[in-house]
Design a protein around this ligand. Structure first.
Ligand code: SF4
Length: 467
């Protein structure tokens, strides 16, 4: 790693940029316009978010607050748990622990650092971690392994069996940094009684681990507030998904990113509820006018992104979608399987329900929520088994009236690379044009963003898609 890269703490650096960015619209629009010309390295990323109006500005401020909670955790007497986006954070908030999610931290770096995160990615390999692992953790993990960030007090993850490269990142970090570690495990099935019992028991053990690490018991009143907030958030997310079904979809493509990032980082908090409400105001307005969420108000195509999105610099994926009037109908990251989710009508047993009568009810609800988190739910077993990836994709494409499905992954996605061709073949047989992208969503060195755009444009043209 270059000496100059070591000059700044990674999380502090990202926080200070986003904190300043979040203040840019506090002045007049004219001041904001003038400022854009003065920040050439950040203007595109900044504007992609701020031009969404209230939800964009709110999102930016909330991310700044979240990052501040990480960099100031220890001086505020809080513990930090390094964790993954597959891990629902409410249980950490219930213990007053600050969740430090590696993948969103990587994404923030790829979005706003023009140099990207390659030096941090490579640093993991320099200290002995495998280069065939997932880049989504490595982008930020390299910084933490190099001591360029807050030192986590513990590590919790929940991806063994689902994504072993993800799980290995956390166990490597635990060994390298010498930090206590707990991982939830998952059987290959979801809805049978044995799987449910396993989830519950494993989650109880997680609570014992957190009690031991924090030195405090689980606060029941705080837990009840959080569970009530999740209940409310489920209703708002369901409304969001219902609107996504409309043709044209009134949802700006980037709102999907706000939705899943909000849930990963702030699930169970009032901030996330506020963000959902703010997005829904814009969405309802668009729907009442009969326009799409695109800048032009039109919709040419509807795409379901069956796995993750592409996180190249300046949020160019979302600009590409907007420019080409392609509605983003969601991805594996935005399907949470809360009670009464529109996509659950064919699989009513797959949802989780929030109950808050007793402590056992609440713990049970959180265990079930955790076991339905993106990836944890749908790639734990054979891709074509009930409730797994193919099943979920077919439900979503039917429900959302998708014109096509696109797959983005990382070089480390061994679980999905092992099945993606059969998965694409099955989707094509069901009449859904499917595109497999051989890019890495977090590392442009594998395939440039320009090549990605060319591939997508070629696919749309050759398959005769688009109105
Ligand atoms: S499934 Fe793929 S993108 Fe998800 S954590 Fe694993 S390697 Fe990374």
């Amino acid at each position: 790693m270059k000496r100059e890269t070591r000059e700044y703490q990674y999380d502090w650096n990202i926080w200070s940029i986003i904190e300043n960015a979040s203040l840019t619209y506090d002045g007049s629009p004219k001041e904001y316009e003038t400022l854009l010309s003065l920040v050439p390295h950040f203007r595109d990323a900044l504007h992609a978010i701020i031009r969404q109006g209230e939800p964009g500005i709110l999102f930016m401020k909330q991310i700044a607050t979240y990052l501040k909670s990480i960099v100031s955790a220890h001086e505020n007497g809080k513990k930090v748990a390094m964790t993954t986006f597959c891990f629902a954070p409410p249980i950490l908030y219930a213990f007053g622990v600050v969740p430090l999610l590696l993948e969103p931290m990587t994404v923030l770096g790829t979005f706003i650092l023009q140099r990207g995160t390659s030096e941090y990615l490579d640093y993991c390999c320099e200290v002995g971690f495998t280069e065939t692992s997932c880049s989504s953790q490595r982008g930020a993990l390299g910084a933490y392994l190099a001591g360029l960030g807050v030192r986590p007090d513990m590590i919790v993850c929940d991806s063994p069996g689902i994504c072993d490269t993800n799980a290995n990142s956390y166990s490597f970090a635990s060994a390298y940094l010498d930090i206590p570690f707990y991982q939830l495990c998952y059987p290959p099935t979801l809805t049978d009684e044995r799987a449910g019992m396993f989830h519950r028991q494993d989650f109880m053990n997680l609570i014992s681990f957190l009690e031991e690490q924090t030195g405090s018991r689980l606060d029941i009143d705080r837990l009840r507030e959080i569970v009530a907030e999740i209940e409310l958030q489920n209703e708002l997310i369901n409304e969001f998904t219902e609107f996504q079904r409309l043709v044209p979809s009134p949802i700006p493509p980037i709102f999907n990113l706000f939705l899943y990032s909000g849930n990963f980082l702030m699930g169970g908090t009032r901030d996330f509820t506020e963000l959902l409400r703010s997005m829904l105001k814009t969405i309802r307005l668009n729907a009442s006018r009969g326009v799409s969420g695109m800048n032009s108000g039109k919709e040419r195509l509807r795409g379901f992104f069956s796995y993750i999105d592409h996180y190249t610099t300046d949020l160019r994926l979302w600009n590409f979608l907007d420019r080409n009037e392609i509605s983003h109908l969601g991805c594996i990251l935005s399907t949470f399987w809360g009670d009464e989710a529109p996509y659950s009508s064919e699989r009513t047993d797959a949802v989780f329900t929030m109950k808050r009568d007793s402590l056992e009810d609440m713990i049970d609800s959180l265990a079930m929520q955790m076991s339905r988190m993106p990836m944890v739910k749908s790639i734990r077993g054979p891709y074509d088994a009930p409730n797994m990836w193919l099943d979920d994709t077919l439900i979503m494409t039917r429900l959302m009236k998708a014109d096509f499905v696109a797959y983005f992954g990382t070089i480390g996605c061994r679980n999905t690379w092992g099945m993606v061709k059969s998965y694409a073949r099955d989707l094509e047989r069901s009449g859904i044009p499917t595109l497999i992208m051989y890019a890495d969503a977090f590392d442009d060195r594998v395939q440039s963003w320009e090549a990605v755009m060319d591939k997508m444009s070629e696919f749309i043209h050759l398959r005769g898609l688009g109105r």
